[in-house]
Design a protein around this ligand. Sequence first.
Ligand code: PMP
Length: 414
Amino acid sequence: MNNSKKIAVNFNAQKIREDFPILNTRVRGKNLIYFDNAATTQKPSCVIERIKKYYEHENSNVHRGVHYLSEIATHEYENSRETVKNFINATSTEEIVFTRGTTEAINLVAYSFGKTFISEGDEIIITEMEHHSNIVPWQLMCEDRKAKLKILPFDDNGELILDEYEKLFNEKTKLVSVVHISNSLGTINPIKQIIDIAHSYAIPVLIDGAQSIMHSKIDVQDLGCDFFVFSGHKVYGPTGIGVLYGKKELLDQMVPYQGGGDMIKSVTFSKTIYNDLPYKFEAGTPNIAGAIGLKSALEYLTNIGIEQISSYENELLIYATEKLSQIPQLKIIGTAKEKGPIISFILDNIHPHDIGTILDYEGIAVRTGHHCTQPVMEHFKIPATTRASFSFYNTKEEIDFLFEGIQKVIKVFS
Ligand code: PMP
């Protein structure tokens, strides 16, 4: 939590809510309160309408046709790439590869970077708070290349122990891969410092931005990261589309991830010539509607203003943290000084699944479980947490309902 951020007193969440039809859903006679935004965000009407327009008026395959519809689809798909490039301030669209999501983007880098740059005995640094999708692809790659994973630990507040970080580097280190905002702890990691230290050893860094892209302004040139990955569905866009940003000089050297149409310039049985960036990494028909919907989502966020969003969400986080801390039986897991709008908590002697089920009867959607971060659960010696994650369409009133809902849970089990 960052108390120093300016509070967005004028942010009109009630007005914003009108853009999200799903928020009118009634759940067992109650108004839906959607606090599962870290799992996926809801979609504004402009995104839904844009996808509908694509299928009604523009649907065609890209890059391969000279006919009218194919030209429109190609133009719109490539426009989306341009919008992504501008949104994260990449230098060129060659550095923007469309993927299925964060998971596929990390798998792509693990495979291609691994095949290109990793040999036996090399080492990759990740952290103890990574999502499984920033652990398992590296394990697969390490198995294949006979390389090794080194783990940077975090403390009991959920902050990375940076004193340990530099000790992990040696002549075998080849890459650092770190989450920007932890999906289970909410911690905002000091990625600029993490990147700068790695670069002082000439080691590239991948940032998992799955939880930061929707909460903070991302400028990949300012960060200096070598790879940045995120999912469309977490940034108010469609599922099945995501982005890999990679520095051109690295992507250029890396072997393709998948083979097929569009990723080649020419194919013969004796020699195949791969396509230029970014197409070298986009084999087969891409998710055209997804990319176009993502463009619409990014434009929607830009219109509201990501700084406005960020400070309003921080205000919700401060309010919720203070409110939930009043419950004596409740313990917040993840108490870093810098946090995104995510609160994981446990209640004395009540399993998170029971908490989630009872809250659902109140219309409140939270997530329970290990949140695909089992090493984080292992650190705290707990099987699971209940997680409430906020968006700019949430309100303090909804947080009051969560507070009351938790009191009900405690009453049921007392
Ligand atoms: N990393 C983090 C930090 C995440 O929160 C998630 C999604 N929960 C992922 C990676 C994976 O994203 P996706 O399932 O959209 O590929």
